[in-house]
Every structure is written in C-alpha cells, then in structure tokens.
Design a protein around this ligand. Sequence first.
Ligand code: MN
Ligand code: MN
Length: 452
Amino acid sequence: MSSSLLRTPKSVFDRLGKESVTEAERYSVGYKAYLDAGKTERECVTEAVRQAVTHGYTEFQKGSNSKKLYVTQHGKSVMLIRRGKKPLAAGLRMVAAHIDSPRIDLKAYPLYEQEGFALLKTHYYGGIKKYHWMATPLELRGVVYLADGKKVEITPEPDDPILFISDILPHLGAEQGKKVLSEAFPGEDLNITVGSLPEGDEKENRIKLTVMTILNQRYGMIEDDFQSAELSLVPVGNAWDAGLDRSMIGGYGQDDRSCGYAALLALFDADEPEYTGVCILADKEEIGSEGITGMQSAFYDQVLEDLCETEGVTLRDVYRSSFCLSGDVCNGLDPNFESVSDKKNNAKLGFGPGVFKYTGTRGKAGASDASAETMSRLRRLLDNAGVCWQMGELGKVDQGGGGTVAKYLAARNIEVVDIGVPVLNMHAPMEITAKLDCWQTYKAFLALYNER
Ligand code: MN
Ligand code: MN
C-alpha cells in the first residue's frame, strides 16, 4: 500500500488510453478552425458571436430574461452568459480567457519611402522576441475608419501578397551577432516592407504613391485614414497539425485562444447547468489588461450588475459566492531549454492543463496566489470529473515570470485560479500545443460549468 503514498504522474494518454487520441483529434478540428477564423481579437469576437448565435444566444439587453446571452465591447471583447437553474445569488461559474495575442501594430503615420522601398513604421504589441517576426511572412489585418466615419475591415484574401520585415544577411551580421539579444533588434527597426514599384512622375514618394493607390482602390483609404485605424501585422497561414504523429498543433495566437475556444465550447456544451455560467473572452491581457476592453474595465461588472437587477440581488453578493477559472496558457517543459525550468514543477505537454496557484515574478510579485482552500476546491472539481491535469510553475525561481487576468478577478472578490494549456514557443509567430491538453482543458471548463 505504500505506493499510494507517492504521486505517480501519468500522461493523458496513459490515463485515458488510445481512445483519448481519437477524441482529442475530433476536438482539435473545431479548435484549428477557430484559430484560422480569428487572427485578431476582433475576428475572435466575430467568430465567437457567430457560433453563439447558432447555439441560440441573443444579444444582451438590460432586463432580458433570455437564458443564453452575449454582449460585446467595442468589437474586441465578448462575454457570454448562460443562465442556470439556481438563482444568481448562488454565484457564477466563470471562465476568463483572453483573445489578444502578441503582434506588430502600425504607427499612426506609418507609410514612408526609403532606398527604393515603401515601408510601414510599427510599434509591437505584447512581449515578443523581435527576431521571430523578421524574415517571416506577415499579413495586414484590422479596421480603418475613413474620413466620413465609414468602417472598412481589412482582411486578406487567399491569394494576397505577403508583407515582411527584412533582416541582415549572415555574411554581414558580424556586428549584429556580437550584441545581446535585447539590443540586436531595436523595436524602431521593425519596419514592414510593402512595395518597390514607382508610380507617377513626381520627384519624390513615387513608391509610397503606388502603395497608397492600392490601398485606396481596395479600401477607399487616403493616408490620413491611418489616424483612425487599428492595423496589425500577424503571421500568414492557418494552424497546422504538428509532429509526424500529428499529436500537436502549430499556429499563431494559441496564447490564449486555446483556452478561449475551450471556454466557449464548454459553455455551449454544458448540460442544463445549475449555476449561471459566464465565459469572458477579454482583450488587452498582453499589455496588462488595460483599457476599456481589458479585464480591468468596469464593462464586465456593469453588464453583470444589469443582470443582477433582474433578480434583485447585488453584484457583490453574486461575486462573493462565485468561482472563476482564469483560463490562460502556461509554459510547457521544452527539451531544448530545460535549464529555465524546475523540472519537478514545470507543466509538461501531454499531461493535461497546467494549474497555477501563482504566477508573478521575483518572489511571486504581481501574482494572485490562490489559497489552499481554493486549490482544494479546484482539485476536487477536476478529479471528480475525471479531468487529467497537472500543477505548473512559470520557470525557475527568479528566472523571469509573467501574469494573467486572475488578479483582476480576485480584486473583485471572486475566488479564482489559473489553469491552461501548456505551450512551447509562447509568443512566437508559431506556438505549439498538444491536442490532448487542449481537449482536457475543455473538459476542465466543462466540469466547472456542469458543477452540481
Ligand atoms: Mn496568455
Ligand atoms: Mn501571453
């Protein structure tokens, strides 16, 4: 009996057998399609709403008695609500994930011409390793508001040309190679090359004119319209199966759309829930959950307050008895870079979603740090539902760190823990997840929404 005293880590495959691979494969088809449909937070919101409507969700109106509701915020974040049998006073079952991902944003006056090229000035968004985004195919996505206020969506067509950031050839890279990584690729140099053919017979800006002519013909834009635009460069292409055994997924934006999609699907699939389920797909996590669409915004509270009014209960009473999973990806143990991790505590691909009691940096600074009571509650919830999960730790102590939306929910007096899919290449143009983990993350969220 002594063996039962010791923890024996088991992968999803070893616990659930070959069947699990088939089920994870089935799950991954919808997940990859969601990644392909949403390369920006706006596109993720559009796709989430499209799916919600097919599942019978209607747009939230104050005083609405509908059981399935969605509400969007400036087209960049969305909250879905599924009313349970119990009154709101029993508390909500919430999953909060984010749908913004690191990318390269355009500046307000981006377009210029230099040495026979037209280029766009950029300011990167989120924590990136800049060299990942050079010499790799990029595409322009986002929205532009023209002078008259007309909204134009910029989405590439399948045959559209790629855009790119150039890098020094290795033959001339000796000086670049001597620099430390943080200085070798200055952010100011991440300029996007967009053209090289001249137009017209003016002395200056003939290539710039070519580019502006194309943008005008296609989108009705003039150069001043960049002032009222949100345009981003994101990696070209759809999500792939990864590995000869197709056990993984490679693709852009899996931080944190892997958790966002899992939460969305789990809310749809929940079985006549007892508690009211809430799925938040928030914006701006990568830059601190700021702004009117980020998790710190009062938007979420105000909508839920409106909901509370329908039952004559206060929001603070509802929050007090609510439980939230902060669905965000975690670092998977990378065999090429083991040294940054404490192998005894790092989440591994294929072992299910990683639960993080705390994140933060240097002595847990900035972490929500869930209590033992909250961990006990989550542990029983997941174990009773047969979910394969593991604990995780964001690298060795003092190695670095990071944050999630968890602390902004905790600040509202909502009990919250971080849990999410382990990822390799996090924040790179191509992030890697294991299909088994994505599927078990969905199972974890489903367990919460189905709590009795
Ligand atoms: Mn994240
Ligand atoms: Mn991130």
